[in-house]
Design a protein around this ligand. Sequence first.
Ligand code: PFF
Length: 453
Amino acid sequence: MDNDLNKRGSWSSKFTFILVASGSAIGLGNIWRFPYLTGMNGGAAFVLIYLSAVFTIGLALLLAETSIGRAAKGAPVCAFKRLKPNSGWHLLGVAGVITCTVILSYYTVIAGWTLGYSFKALKGDFSKSLTTEMVKGMFASFSSNTGLIILLFFIFIFITVLIVAKGVSKGIEKTVKSLMPILLLILIYLVIKSVSAKGASEGLNFFLKPDFSKVTWDTVLLAITQAFFSLSVGIGIMLTYGSYLSKKESLVSAGFWIVSLDTIVALMAGLIIFPTLFAVPGMVPTEGPPLVFIVLPLVFSKIAGGAIFGFLFFLLLVVAALTSTISLLEVVVAYCVDTRKWARKKAAYIVGLFIIFIGIPSILSQGGSNFFSSLPVIKKPFLDVVDLIFGTYGYMFGALLITIFVGYVWGTNSAINEIEKCGRIFKLKRIWSFVIKWIMPLLLSVILIASFI
Ligand code: PFF
């Protein structure tokens, strides 16, 4: 097995692990999904619930996943087999691999849009004077241009495959290490620009002053799902990344850093979007998913330096999405390498081709009036349906089963042993065990049942 472990590759340091895991966590979820959910759910009150969820159950689950991965030194399926042989728990790993595959197939569609919108910004499409009708028309004709969307999807997945095929240290580590500073620099620049713009205070109020009268059960459910989605926990990504981490490193401090960085970026995205949005009269934050693609181009067309601001904003989205698609693909490739014993390159290319194939219905479901944009009976676009099944319920089920596995099957003591490797002391182990054994299974079951009802 040792030989096997050496061949799998490993991160060069804890800093690298924090960077790549944060790269996975920081993505469209932070810059696209978090702001529109905040906008639709009353602003600061949603943000507060989200923050509480991230630093309690989000961090607890992240620790559970990374400890499984590092203890077993294997991708999801192989990891569960090693920790509980002949038990059927490896099926949870299989479910994780399937969920990552499906999420990647539609996440890349949106990632492709961000690439297309960066080109649009570069071409100066947002520097002319635009109206609401014009930006809506622009988005509708863009997203229903199937040929273009397939091309953008193809470019995005191809770049992801090239990076993952190169391996853990030469591919993923090297790329993410150079992309993350770019991401942070663009973020900081955009926050300074937007917070210091004239009329920013109304947006800041909306984002930072809570109004609890807007909070319902749905708000709480959404905030918790968003916390898991944003941290990339619940489907085996952090398990896989943890499996490449040395026993010398502290899982607790790494976890804390990852959660903090992910949260800071989500907050920064809010600080970019809301002050900019409220500074333009007549703009509302409740637009939902198109917030970033419809409202912001309109805003960019009305502010000084909007063209360059717009380009940098969409470039930021491209970089954030890429470090996340890399992690989604890595879970599937690691499964093929660890369990099926395929060569990494072969696995990356075959999985990439498969993703293109299964991504087509999601692409066709946006825009055009065809079968996939309004599925029979459900009457919803294919992309929305797979997002609901895999991106929402898949997550919640995954998270629930992982906590049951760690709490009752593998055992919190085994996890704590792993966390305390090399003489470390896990000060919060009692609270953490309690959260994993009692709070999370209960809370997640209630949420799942409530949302079904
Ligand atoms: N956590 C990342 C985000 O917030 O966009 C990316 C991500 C990875 C989302 C894995 C979903 C997922 F299943």
